[in-house]
Design a protein around this ligand. Structure first.
Ligand code: SF4
Length: 177
């Protein structure tokens, strides 16, 4: 069984050569540890995604991390009340680079049906988001699809991206040091 795509490189009898970026990208993409920040119904859908039928472990992501410092992907799933927003942000700030963020479901993406004074109208008001997964709730297939996009980002990200002015500018917009 083919477990991971071999990165592009040069091969011949007894050798294979590629770039460091590509090896790191492949390793990262296939061992992403998610931090499930589940506050409501979308979290239940994630539980289904973790079950044997959908088997999230196929993507090397079965090891959930409840410590931000050991997590690679913040998966925000559910309604985020404005009172909860500083907690989401603190969790994000405690994650080490490189870190990715998925907004799972309409509530995390945009506040969903809760267009009220007390609900954050999308987590991208407080932290940068890499992938938005629509739906109320999204099906496990959609969550997996969003995760595979994160895998693509991790595979193809330059090792220097986090030091670029563009990335620093993005964090500065959110006033994240
Ligand atoms: S998007 Fe729908 S299913 Fe998900 S947390 Fe909001 S109300 Fe619940």
């Amino acid at each position: 069984m083919k477990i991971a795509e071999t990165p592009a490189g040069v091969e011949g009898p007894g050798f294979f050569a590629t770039s460091f970026d590509k090896v790191i990208g492949m390793a990262r993409a296939n061992s992403l540890w998610p931090l499930p920040f589940a506050t409501s119904c979308c979290g239940i859908e994630f539980m289904a995604t973790m079950g044997s039928h959908y088997d999230f472990g196929r993507f090397g992501a079965e090891r959930l991390s409840f410590s931000p410092r050991q997590a690679d992907v913040l998966m925000v799933m559910g309604t985020i009340a404005k009172k909860m927003a500083p907690v989401v942000r603190q969790v994000y700030e405690q994650m080490a680079e490189p870190r990715w963020v998925m907004a799972v479901g309409a509530c995390a993406c945009s506040g969903g049906i809760f267009d009220t004074y007390s609900v954050l109208q999308g987590i991208d008001e407080i932290i940068p988001v890499d992938v938005y997964v629509p739906g109320c709730p999204p099906r496990p297939e959609q969550i997996i699809d969003g995760f595979m996009i994160i895998q693509d980002l991790a595979t193809n990200e330059s090792l220097r991206r986090r030091n670029t002015d563009e990335y620093k500018h993005l964090l500065a917009k959110y006033e994240i040091a």
